[in-house]
Design a protein around this ligand. Sequence first.
Ligand SMILES: Cc1cc2nc3c(=O)[nH]c(=O)nc-3n(C[C@H](O)[C@H](O)[C@H](O)COP(=O)(O)OP(=O)(O)OC[C@H]3O[C@@H](n4cnc5c(N)ncnc54)[C@H](O)[C@@H]3O)c2cc1C
Length: 455
Amino acid sequence: MNINRRKFLAGSLASISASLIPLKVQSNNPEVVVIGAGAAGLAATDTLLKNGISTMCIEANNRIGGRALTDNSIFGVPYDVGAHWIQNSKDNPFREYGEQVKDEGFEVYKPPTKWGEDRYVVYDGTQNVTGTKSEDDLWKLYEEIENNMYNAALAGKDIPASDVVVRKDSEWFETAHQALGAYEGAKDYKDISCVDWANYPPYSISWYCKQGYGALLSHRWKHLPVQFNTTVESVDWNNKNIKIATSNGDIVVKKCIITVSNGILSSDQINFLPNLPAEKMESIHRISMGVYNHVAMTFHPDFFKEIGIRTIDTYLYYKIKGSNPSPRGMAGLMNISGSNLCYFDTGGDFAIELEKEGSEAQIDFTTSELKSLFGSKIDRYLKKSHATQWGNNKYTLGSYAAAEPGYAHLRETIRVPLNEKLYFAGEATAHEYASVSGAHRSGIRAANEVLQSLI
Ligand SMILES: Cc1cc2nc3c(=O)[nH]c(=O)nc-3n(C[C@H](O)[C@H](O)[C@H](O)COP(=O)(O)OP(=O)(O)OC[C@H]3O[C@@H](n4cnc5c(N)ncnc54)[C@H](O)[C@@H]3O)c2cc1C
């Protein structure tokens, strides 16, 4: 999730360098099982272990980190396949951690501009219109729509953002749509709840980690015992103890913290016996997954000079023409940490459609959009490309979750424990939803609920 321009208006609302840890089982008779070793599951496991509770963290994949994953093999430089922005840097524990482990080769840094002055290039066709009235028009439209969304929420109207959009005839309409919807929320206006949007806590500028956010998270939790390649198939919570059937056998425990994505919980991959209550299921289905994908590309360094980009971590926006009803375009972050790597991102229905066509189609689309801005010199400078496919990723089935219009109140339901046995964590249950730091805090919250119940 890239919150790069969103202003702090919500205060008034009160509101793969991942380490491969060898298979280890912390205890054969744990009191608690944590399902999933992403940001939430790892924070929960750490909290419980620190409090002397025997805990087993089980993970279907062969690595920790979940949707926070840095790969170094594809491009030879750190590539955040999932989370990249260290959001809410002021209060983000990973920023602080990054500063602590400076001596171990990590560098966290703030973008080279002040809050609200992130570096942008904005294109209208082949024209760079950055700093002109034309660019102002884009951000004015963006802010007008954003204000309308907050005002709808303040008035208690949990309506879709598409009900409050203005100036649909503006030439920048789809670019603002891309920036506010697909790029930030992984959904289109019609699927964004104004209240859920506005309930996001106040935040500060995002920072970056030169070695990758996923690498930083994996480093933080490298000491934690996790049982890999262990897929949970069913959770029988009918009796005093909970019986968890996994691909590696059964485990019987008193308490279970579930951190898998709403995509996985909605897909029935985990069979709950008895079924989860109807209101819990409704909250899982209505806080549904959006799709947001990167096409990552590396270029020869001369490319950036030639198109007038002289700074690192520069956003790219351009006049998007197509819509159906999702903006048929992308937004970019260029020359990431000075590594010549760029992310060009699609989101919402268009990202779903493009992902279905396959990674070649995702890369072709990106290349063709870049050619329409910068001409055929792209062919000369482009070195390598890779497309993510989070919509179909079997461990997540989507990128991150957001409440559908009319259902923002279900954020309360989704985090409520059941019978002092099942506890729910993960980004969708977090106040600071769709983020690594939110998932992290939700894991600590769920672990504390378990600790309370054990007193
Ligand atoms: C493309 C993309 C860009 C993003 N950008 C940012 C960003 O810039 N900044 C930011 O803060 N956040 C960003 N996010 C969101 C962030 O990555 C997530 O909110 C966060 O990592 C989720 O952590 P989690 O622990 O809730 O879930 P996950 O990371 O999904 O962890 C859940 C774990 O459960 C495992 N699992 C699934 N099913 C089973 C099963 N049956 N049995 C056992 N284990 C199972 C999964 O393998 C996974 O490891 C982005 C996400 C994506 C996809």
